[in-house]
Ligand binder design. Sequence first.
Ligand code: NCD
Length: 306
Amino acid sequence: MIKGKSLIEVNDFSLEEIDDLLSFAGKIIDSEKNYSGLCKGNLIATLFYEPSTRTKFSFESAILRLGGQVIGFADAMTSSVSKGESLIDTIQTISCYADLIIMRHPKEGAPKLASKNSSVPIINGGDGGHQHPTQTLTDLLTIRQLKGPISNFTIGLCGDLKFGRTTHSLTKILLKYPDINFVFISPEELRIPEYIKEGISNNRYQETFSLESCIDTLDILYMTRIQKERFFSEEEYLRLKDSYILDMNIMKMAKNDMIVMHPLPRVNEIATEVDQDDRAVYFKQAKYGMYVRMALISKILGKGGN
Ligand code: NCD
């Protein structure tokens, strides 16, 4: 049961709970109007210590579409954080006002610390280079809606697999689903961390630098941006930033029913010409992100059934 739970890492929920959540999101997609008053009287807080477009606005649209309300900040420096208030004190205060707190923080582990000091559930909206569980729920819903059951496919994760937290959460959960093969496509310096690969048997994954060499084997291509803000040196970033640029020439080599996903924001890694291709689903994915968050908020607040 999700009611009252915090979501810090993707494995905090069982596959059964995730399945239930995705089914509920599917119902909301089919008849959104039926749910427009579901969270009337509820108030959520969005505390963003790092920039965000989709995560923040999709959470805010989600609660507003459910009839609830939202408070929060997009820049911690407009709050008492600028006076030196600790994260723990901020959380203890906000949890007096809101029923649920969504937070994004540059420090890995900050949402976990917050959850230990909060009287209301906390949802991790991304912590440093660690995890981004609600992006993963978005990704799972996208796959389920567009490709069918989450099983029996090959997914290529491409780009910055070292710092890209969305690829960490997604890999961690997909390895629990049946018959999924992974191709990790990255420069040597930005390879997926060992602790994320742990638990995937050797015959279920491969690592390569070359997107062209494997794109014809993929059912899903998950592109990511090079995470500039997490690099220690500007020089290193400049050297690696254009490692991948997916354009129509490369798309020609892909299967006709492959889908291209991307958590967004994109920088250079997908040429805008690809947007016109039916296989490019990243803006649909952003929309599914709102629906899955509607389902998540209602379930955590105990409004979406068990
Ligand atoms: C991602 C993030 O914040 O990790 N964005 C998002 O929430 N959709 C991806 C990124 O910033 O590259």
